[in-house]
Design a protein. Structure first.
Length: 411
């Protein structure tokens, strides 16, 4: 659907999420190999397959004696971690001292713990090895060639450690989607205290951080605003941003007021709407358009409404699934929460209601949640989803769209 004049028909919120995700997935970023330390936050472009058995060799779990045959045992030598163990000779009553992590000699029948051994006056070792094995055999954890995680897995420090464990120096990962931010609105101040008809731009400073937490890179040079309230300035700013970004997020101008230039600018740039208004409150004028880049590759523009809370609703509704798709990830699955207090429905629209999640595990609505406000958002865990035609009764289980917070934030 090319960018046109006139009001659009809102699509259902759940459908909008699916459309945004699939558009991103169809334009998934290219793969590259990066060192393990740089892979945090990326997405596996290929399955993680172990390059060796884990462990790679029979490995002693304890400090002690690898023994063969019946006691007393004659100690033939010592194997430290990092060395290749010589085999025990094919005879009874022989042992090799082994350290934790050392290769276990071929021919070992049991390993006796140091502290459970005694030494005879003539220097032989005695004791009773425990019944359970005291060493790990190759393949205990994984067999060489086994897939441990599929392509599409988010790389986190746990996955990085595992990759090192199974022999990787680099990982094949998706390039991070590149984001840019354009702020529209002549009434916006970029510094100082608001008043006299001017308000502070609350989105330009916050959106790059939200976008980074959703997996995008956002360089400081690609955050611009306020863009002058002329069509020409809008077209130029969007075109320049699309030159480097996979996804440009704009704020404001989603309606069709006298200085709302987003829709006309999209038309001039040859954009196609994938989503043009969504049946959700707040934030319904949100949109996603596909715009051809100057190199012929498609780029995306997410139009976030100017009301600051509505912009974050749009971010979590459309930008989060779009970025997941672009990054090669699965569509985020929403956790469920139980409502601890009533939340009203919004008729035929989905209601995204800011909630905190208390220590009893119950989600309760925030105060100060007008779409022009940010006080409720700044203390919330996320948005409870009240589907169309329903109201959120206490005790109801509902989906939660969590804000991308780090551990320890908001708790
Ligand atoms: N005739 C109608 N007017 C409006 C409707 C409607 O249905 N009919 N819907 C309202 C709703 S809901 C929203 S949301 C806004 C969306 O408007 P825009 O996306 O065009 O945004 P603006 O008009 O530029 O700004 C709206 C509001 O937000 C303030 N704003 C904008 N950018 C920022 C920013 N970066 N930081 C802080 N505040 C910002 C701006 O000053 C306005 O107050 O349309 C309604 N109108
Ligand atoms: O939908 Mo507007 O986004 O309510 O503030």
């Amino acid at each position: 659907m090319s960018a046109e004049t006139g009001p659009a028909t809102p699509i259902a919120w759940a459908e909008a999420q699916r459309v945004a995700f699939e558009a991103g997935r169809d334009a998934v970023t290219g793969a590259e190999r990066v060192g393990l330390a740089e892979a945090d936050g990326r997405t596996l472009a290929e399955p993680l397959v172990t390059l060796t058995d884990l462990p790679a060799f029979p490995t002693s779990s304890i400090d002690g004696y690898a023994v063969r045959g019946t006691p007393p045992w004659r100690v033939l030598g010592r194997v430290l971690a990092g060395a290749v163990a010589p085999p025990l000779p094919d005879e009874s009553g022989v042992a090799m001292e082994v350290a934790t992590g050392a290769m276990v000699p071929d021919g070992t029948e049991a390993i006796l713990r140091t502290e459970e051994s005694t030494t005879t006056p003539d220097g032989l070792i005695e004791g009773t090895p425990r019944a359970e094995p005291e060493w790990r055999v190759p393949g205990d954890e994984a067999a060489r060639g086994e897939e441990l995680f599929p392509a599409g897995t988010a790389v986190d420090p746990g996955v990085i450690g595992l990759a090192a464990h199974c022999g990787y120096d680099e990982l094949p990962v998706r390039r991070r989607p590149r984001g840019a931010v354009l702020v529209f609105g002549d009434e916006l101040l970029t510094q100082g205290v608001p008043g006299g008809g001017l308000v502070r731009d609350a989105l330009g400073p916050a959106l790059p951080s939200w976008l980074r937490r959703l997996g995008a890179t956002v360089d400081t040079g690609v955050v611009h605003g306020p863009v002058k309230d002329t069509l020409e300035a809008h077209v130029d700013a969007i075109r320049a941003a699309l030159d480097t970004a996979d996804l440009v997020c704009t704020t404001g101008g989603t309606m069709r007021g006298p200085v709302d230039h987003l829709h006309p600018a999209l038309r001039e740039l040859g954009g196609d709407y994938l989503i043009n208004t969504v049946a959700v409150r707040p934030g319904f004028p949100m949109l996603v358009a596909r715009v051809p880049g100057s190199d012929g590759r498609d780029r995306f523009l997410a139009g976030l409404p100017g009301n600051p809370q509505s912009a974050i609703v749009a971010l979590m509704s459309l930008v989060a699934p779009l970025l997941a798709g672009l990054a090669g990830r699965a569509r985020p699955e929403l956790p469920r929460v139980t409502l601890g207090a009533p939340i009203r429905g919004r008729g035929t629209d989905t209601h995204l209601a800011l909630v905190r999640v208390d220590r009893d595990g119950m989600a309760r609505p925030m105060a100060h949640v007008g779409s022009s406000m940010l006080r409720g958002l700044a203390g919330a865990a996320g948005f409870a989803v009240i589907p169309p035609g329903e109201s959120g009764e206490p005790g109801a289980r509902v989906d939660l769209v969590p804000l991308p917070l780090l551990n320890g934030e908001r708790r």
